[in-house]
Design a protein around this ligand. Structure first.
Ligand SMILES: [Zn+2]
Length: 79
């Protein structure tokens, strides 16, 4: 049997627990950002009427559903 003092055991337990929490937090944050980016990818704002809409078609110039004008795809600015 390996002899380990109680203090060392508590320290190891604490370190493992903290590492697990940190890892879960990192993975959660990463998933959240990926989901957010995916949601924003198809969001467009019409340059004529400022109407925000979602377009999932592969069209290069999606048409605004409100005023019918063609819009260029651009990266939405980060808030
Ligand atoms: Zn429009």
């Amino acid at each position: 049997m390996i002899r380990v003092s109680l203090a060392a055991l508590v320290t190891i337990y604490l370190l493992v627990f903290l590492a697990a929490v940190f890892l879960l937090w990192i993975v959660g944050e990463w998933n959240r950002r990926r989901r957010e980016r995916r949601a924003l990818r198809y969001r467009l704002r019409c340059v004529i009427c400022a109407f925000e809409f979602v377009d999932r078609t592969p069209a290069l110039l999606p048409r605004c559903p409100r005023c019918g004008s063609l819009n260029e795809r651009f990266k939405p600015e980060q808030i």
